[in-house]
Write a protein that binds this ligand. Structure first.
Ligand SMILES: *[C@@H]1O[C@H](CO)[C@@H](O)[C@H](O)[C@H]1NC(C)=O
Length: 424
């Protein structure tokens, strides 16, 4: 066993070097200044209609699932009565397709009068009445004369009236060089604290390398990658994009500004149970905003329990606010980790093999948490797929984990304890 210990220690030296390099890459620079609006100190949580309800405006044929006042009123009631708000999903957001095809007489965007008979104003007061105190809206600027700065400002100010009723704005413009900045400054000038969600890097990427430090100064979260859809292909492609760009994006995230890999589609149709577990676990590791897009009127108890899992949400909302990263790929396993407050770490092991049954992966405890998480010992709790105490583990020990195909095991590694110091 002495031999095993030795080899394990020298192996860990190698890990330590590799990890120090990774740490330098990810945290070499101090975090850029965030948008100074005091908001999104942890990733924003809520509900958003887009992936599940899309742009369904046919209320005659599909009154139950069209984008209407009634849909949002029902979601508002359920967010409170079914415990969503209690666990942190506090923002209720209206995505695209709320607008009428025509502007009002003053040239302002207006809610479709048939689908939103009381307009945004009545909906806002309904939300407040239902104890949903934070709600948001999607808007965009498409102006024929967009290149003329004057008309751009007129357009922003013609939309400011909506802003007086909302707490989060999700904003899209093709005018990516100036549009997102101008909107951010216009929001600031309203004097109201409004979470600002951007698609800036997503639309900039084809033309120019996004400057994430700059984006962080103007937006509370920003989308870099394509819209999520209700499929494993989509979830996988988001994870792959994120890990292959982690040197650029992980270090930028922090209190006030987050990378946004898009909505949670848990509780819909396209993901198996194991894939939903992977989706939830990795959105926690990535410090992602958690916006569900599902039907709270008919969600299964299992999906609800996953989305309301307090231990996973605690990882996502960890106050240290550091985004996790892919630590290594071995075979078709991926190991991701995220530093948490109180010297704790979250670790996710994904089995990306799409055939066969559960497979085992053996972790060297000393390879986790940049070699410090478990020195000299740590307490490990399995959070997903089910909560289980895995007990104390010494630095040099190994842990065998079984993971289902396309599933994930999410662990929380607790801080060093004085009791375990006696081992050394
Ligand atoms: C506007 O920006 C200033 C300077 O960054 C900041 O101090 C202030 O809190 C901001 N106001 C709002 C409402 O976001």
């Amino acid at each position: 066993s002495e031999m095993i210990q030795l080899s394990s220690r020298s192996q860990s030296l190698g890990y330590a070097l590799a990890l120090r390099f990774l740490a330098l890459v990810l945290w070499g620079n101090p975090r850029a200044r965030a948008l100074d609006n005091g908001l999104a100190m942890t990733p924003t949580m809520g509900w958003l209609h887009w992936e599940r309800f899309m742009c369904n405006v046919d209320c005659r044929e599909e009154p139950y699932s069209c984008i209407s006042e009634q849909l949002f009123m029902q979601m508002a009631d359920l967010m409170v009565s079914d415990g969503w708000k209690d666990v942190g999903y506090e923002y209720l957001c209206i995505d695209d397709c709320w607008m009428a095809p025509k502007r009002d007489l003053e040239g302002k965007l207006q809610a479709d009068p048939e689908r939103f008979p009381g307009g945004i104003r009545r909906l806002a007061s309904y939300f407040i009445h239902s104890f949903i105190h934070k709600y948001g809206i999607y808007t965009y600027i498409f102006n024929k004369n967009m290149d003329l700065p004057g008309s751009f400002f007129l357009e922003i100010y013609s939309q400011i009236y909506i802003i007086y009723y909302i707490y989060l704005i999700s904003y899209f413009t093709h005018c990516f060089l100036t549009g997102y900045k101008h909107m951010s400054l216009a929001l600031n000038k309203t004097g109201r604290s409004i979470v600002y969600s951007c698609e800036w890097p997503l639309y900039m990427r084809p033309f120019k390398k996004p400057n994430y430090k700059e984006i962080r100064q103007y937006c509370n979260h920003w989308r870099s990658f394509a819209d999520i859809s209700d499929s494993w292909e989509s979830v996988k492609s988001i994870l792959d994009w994120t890990s292959s760009n982690q040197e650029k994006i992980v270090g930028v995230a922090g209190p006030g500004g987050w990378n946004d890999p898009d909505m949670l589609v848990i509780g819909n149709f396209g993901l198996s149970w194991d894939q939903q577990v992977t989706h939830m676990a990795l959105w926690a590791i990535m410090a992602a905003p958690l916006f569900m897009s599902n039907d709270l009127r008919s969600i299964s108890p299992q999906a609800k329990a996953l989305l309301q899992d307090k231990d996973v949400i605690a990882i996502n909302q960890d106050p240290l606010g550091k985004q996790g990263y892919l630590l290594r790929k071995v075979d078709s396993f991926e190991v991701w980790e995220r530093p948490l407050s109180d010297l704790a770490w979250a670790v996710a092991i994904i089995n990306k093999q799409e055939t066969g049954g559960p497979r085992s992966y053996t972790i060297s405890i000393d390879s986790l948490g940049r070699g410090v998480a478990c020195n000299p010992a740590c307490h490990i709790t399995q959070i997903l797929p089910v909560k289980r105490e895995l007990g104390f583990h010494e630095w040099i020990s190994r842990l065998k984990i079984w993971v289902n195909p396309t599933g994930t095991v999410l662990l929380r590694i607790g801080k060093r304890t004085t009791a375990s110091n006696s081992l050394f």
